[in-house]
Design a protein around this ligand. Structure first.
Ligand code: SF4
Length: 440
């Protein structure tokens, strides 16, 4: 269904003023008139939850707030709401209050890797900076449910200043990701101030901004906002579209406005059962994204956050989807499928396997059609002489970091790295050796 048709229907159900197109396209009006109660959603969509279900849904909303913009609500196909991808992302499910044994409050250990409030410093050269705690629409699959939407966790000016001080004091940080909540919940002026502060830090080379606004409240992407973002280049913006139904004409207009302002656009999709766990839906999504000048960046395996088990798919589903994309559509339309490792291990890319076998002089590979071929290795290969002392070497691991600090398997492959094995700190054999050193 076209958004304009659905909007006309929504207009009839929405609060006063919804039939005025100027107000409808005003992002502040949308926020003021967001749906925050189940009763209002039922009335607006002309649907009814049964009594027992309503009790459970009310309970879920006590744990994680409900807030849906009139715009996003207008995308729901009320006749088939239970299987509607927008409904499933925006409205609670009674399964949300089920906490499984392996669910975690903070599966990515963002709080543990937080040297100061609002900052997560996990990777050597970049930090996550949570500048806002609210969103225009609370996604039911949010991995940060533990804090997002909780007004008692809203960032204070002192915390924002301390977070900026931390970035100033960390010369290895060359990339700052503004996240939240949604950073575009800040006013234009406040966002401009934060971006100006970051611009003034010499070692910060790039800023990224993660926002769901183009999908759930595209009217937030105003000309004034685009002018501000364009002042702070290089700035990358990552959107969060999960289903082609979210790519409405209004959303496409918002993306075009950003792209025309020279902002490079990427998209992060979360793989969600009952929303987008289908190769054809995903193919349509990535193709529509690139047609709108948005590069599909990551496809995330749904995290182990509490209450998300009904959204999780087996990892095999993600691999199946990537298998159906690679070769079947343009390479730059294929996102990297990642599992964000529990306990803060970071994003681990997961792929179908294209190496069939490997000999000393050739690799046997298969393509997307199932054709198997050999690639001959070079007869002679002279490794570039390297002392790991040049300026680029220092930059590649970040100033102030040693190569071995986060070398991982890449560290094992470096000639000058003294580490030649990685051993889990719970390895019984090594623990025994430490406890009972052998006699000389
Ligand atoms: S927009 Fe992002 S931070 Fe906000 S609720 Fe959705 S997933 Fe969570």
């Amino acid at each position: 269904m076209n958004v304009n048709e659905t909007r006309l229907e929504a207009v009839a159900r929405c609060p006063e003023g919804a039939d005025d197109p100027t107000r409808w396209r005003d992002w502040r009006w949308q926020l003021r008139n967001s749906f925050t109660s189940l009763d209002d959603v039922e009335k607006a969509l002309a649907i009814e939850f049964d009594e027992a279900e309503r009790v459970l849904l009310a309970e879920t909303v006590r744990h994680f707030p409900l807030s849906v913009t009139p715009y996003y609500l207008s995308l729901i196909d009320a006749d088939n709401f239970r299987s509607d991808p927008v409904f499933r992302q925006a409205l609670p499910s009674s399964e949300e209050i089920v906490v499984r044994d392996h669910d975690m409050k903070d599966p990515l250990a963002e709080d543990e890797d937080s040297p100061v409030a609002l900052i997560t410093h996990r990777y050597p050269d970049r930090v996550l900076f949570r500048v806002s705690n609210t969103c225009s629409m609370y996604c039911r699959h949010c991995t940060r449910k533990r804090t997002v939407g909780d007004t008692s966790c809203a960032p204070t000016s002192e915390e924002l200043d301390a977070a900026l001080d931390y970035i100033r004091s960390a010369p290895a940080v060359r990339d700052v990701l503004l996240s939240g909540g949604d950073p575009l919940m800040l006013s234009d002026g406040r966002l401009d101030e934060i971006l100006t502060e970051l611009d003034a830090i010499e070692h910060v080379e790039v800023v990224r901004l993660g926002t769901r606004m183009p999908a759930v409240l595209p009217y937030r992407i105003t000309d004034e906002l685009c002018e501000i973002l364009a002042k702070h280049q290089p700035l990358w913006l990552n959107t969060h579209f999960n289903h082609p139904a979210e790519l409405t004409p209004d959303a496409e207009e918002a993306l075009a406005r950003l792209a025309d302002a020279g902002i490079p656009l990427g998209n992060q999709t979360v793989l969600l059962a009952g929303v987008n766990d289908c190769s054809r839906i995903m193919l349509r999504l990535v193709q529509r994204l690139v047609a709108n000048r948005v590069r599909p960046y990551y496809l995330y395996q749904c995290d182990l956050s509490e209450g998300l088990s009904h959204f999780r798919t087996p990892v095999g589903k993600g691999i199946e989807i990537i298998e159906s994309l690679i070769g079947h559509t343009s390479g730059f339309a294929v996102p990297t499928y990642v599992v964000d490792a529990p306990h803060g291990g970071g994003k681990i890319p997961v792929m179908p396997n294209y190496i069939v076998s490997w000999a000393s002089d050739r690799v046997v590979l298969r393509n997307y059609e199932g054709v198997i071929c050999t690639y001959r290795e070079p007869d002679e290969y002279k490794r570039a002489a390297c002392t790991e002392e040049c300026e680029d070497c220092e930059r590649s691991v970040g100033k102030g970091c040693r190569a071995t600090d986060s070398g991982g398997v890449a560290g094992l492959m470096r000639e000058c790295d003294p580490v030649d094995s990685l051993v889990p700190n719970t390895n019984a054999r090594y623990l025994r050796r430490e406890a009972e050193p052998a006699d000389d």
